[in-house]
Write a protein that binds this ligand. Structure first.
Ligand code: ZN
Length: 482
């Protein structure tokens, strides 16, 4: 195997919007898609004299996420002011946490083709989101920018990983698993298009075998798994080229330009902010009762990794199936309901990962929006297992169930799709095929074996795919004298 003389070192910083109904320091709604500047008040507009009041539910969700990421939740953490000026941050500072974050020292483990990988979680801290600058979409966008403060004060956690990732693919995979965890525990909606989960990456390269880290760059704006992978692939190749050519990587922040497929300099180190953090004077230290921290831990639902292992054990599924089915809690629930109702876990897995997922992709819908109920899919599986239908007909019945809402039994009965295992019907179908294809039959009898498949295909076509394949084979061979 060829090994690259360079090794990439990657760490991620993920901003996750907590699924609370109201903002972190005021009662304004967090609803996405409202008319601009509707969900605002003196607190989240940063008006002088307004005082923040911490949202208890936001803390609960942050603690839940910290537990799910294996972190130690700190009984005392401190909110701090992160000072910088930007038009969408009218206070001139963001309330965040700095040297005493909510939680530290966690880890997420996940399987990769190269064996299990463990990614350390350095910290999880709470903070408020800023507003949104709108630079496009207005008649005078060439001269003006507009501001929407609905997002200002929306509760976030920032999750910072250790630099434990070693490839762009692993980083994208990890991000996907992190998303699955956050969605599974109900603290995030996983909607990256709406910005409720955002990822930045720190990446450097070093000669393989070297301990010391190379100079890193920070990549911004990686708002999909694919962008994480492509941006890192590009940036790793770019840094290797710089270093191989005897140059030095600049310590800078770079922006991923998805359309151009490359990263571009956003700001250099000399432009880096000095945030002059200091403890937020308007908020007391965040002190949590150990009993409450424990209670939140006890109420954690089953995490995707535990569910994956359970699927392998309980349903005897291959690792691959279990891994795919547990990417979302809704998909896993759909599979479990289908398996329970059909009594055939592997077939349920095949239908969910195959035909059902293909249909969802075609229609661009999520599992939650699938009209076909698990019990209905189970009905199809039971018909197949009972030998009532087989072959290409099964997919046809599935498609009809999906669109019509009728059960498999109804479709099979009404459309006469049940399997033909009547000896006479099959004999007559074969007779017609033999009669209609004298040339092919003669060639087969003259020793051209590959013609056989063609003749079987003709019989299946004539019976609309419903003939019992075993009987067709027996009878066809008999009639051909084979
Ligand atoms: Zn407000």
């Amino acid at each position: 195997m060829l090994t690259s003389p360079f090794e990439p070192v990657i760490g991620l910083e993920i901003h996750c919007q907590l699924l609370t109904a109201s903002k972190i320091f005021c009662g304004c709604s967090t609803t996405f898609g409202a008319a601009p500047n509707v969900n605002v008040c003196p607190v989240c507009l940063g008006l002088p004299g307004a005082l923040p009041v911490l949202n208890r539910r936001a803390v609960e969700y942050a603690v839940r996420a910290a537990h799910a990421l294996g972190c130690a939740v700190q009984p005392v953490s401190i909110f701090a002011r992160k000072n910088y000026f930007y038009a969408d941050l009218p206070k001139g500072y963001q309330i965040s946490q700095y040297d005493r974050p909510l939680a530290t020292q966690g880890a997420v483990e996940f399987p990769t083709p190269g064996g299990p990988r463990r990614v350390g979680i350095t910290r999880v801290h709470m903070e408020e989101d800023a507003g949104k600058s709108l630079h496009e979409g207005f008649p005078d966008s060439d001269r003006r920018s507009y501001l929407d403060f609905n997002r200002s004060g929306v509760p976030l956690i920032e999750i910072v990983t250790e630099p434990d990732l070693r490839s762009a693919a692993d980083a994208a995979d990890f991000f996907a698993r992190l998303r699955a965890i956050l969605v599974a525990i109900g603290v995030n909606d996983g909607n990256m298009e709406e910005g409720s989960l955002r990822c930045d990456a720190n990446v450097s390269v070093r000669p393989s075998g070297q301990q010391a880290l190379g100079v890193k760059t920070e990549l911004k704006n990686l708002n999909s798994f694919r962008h994480v992978q492509r941006a890192l692939e590009y940036e790793i190749a770019r840094q290797i080229e710089v270093v191989s050519g005897g140059g030095a990587v600049d310590h800078e922040t770079r922006l991923w330009d998805a359309n151009a497929g490359r990263t571009v300099t956003m700001r250099g180190k000399e432009e880096a902010h000095d945030y002059r953090y200091f403890p937020e004077p308007d908020l007391p230290p965040l002190t949590l009762e150990p009993a409450w921290i424990d209670e939140i831990r006890r109420q954690l639902p089953e995490l995707p990794d535990a569910q994956r292992r359970r699927f392998i054990e309980q349903y005897a599924l291959p690792e691959y199936d279990a891994s795919v089915l547990t990417t979302s809690r809704a998909l896993a629930a759909y599979f479990e309901a289908t398996a329970a109702a059909s009594g055939n876990a592997k077939a349920s897995s095949n239908w969910v990962m195959g035909a059902l997922t293909a249909r969802m992709n075609d229609l661009g819908i999520a599992i939650e929006d699938v009209p076909l109920k698990p019990e209905a899919l189970a009905g199809l599986i039971r018909l197949i297992d009972a030998g009532k239908i087989s072959g290409p007909v099964t997919r046809d019945v599935f498609d009809k169930m999906f669109t019509s809402g009728r059960t498999a039994e109804q479709i099979v009965e009404r459309e006469g799709l049940s399997r033909i295992d009547d000896q006479q019907a099959i004999e007559s179908a074969i007779q017609s095929v033999v009669d209609a294809n004298p040339k092919a039959v003669a060639e087969f009898r003259a020793g051209k074996q590959q013609i056989y498949g063609f003749l079987v295909g003709q019989v299946m076509k004539r019976t609309a795919g419903r003939a019992d394949a075993r009987l067709v084979n027996e009878e066809l061979k008999r009639q051909l004298g084979g």
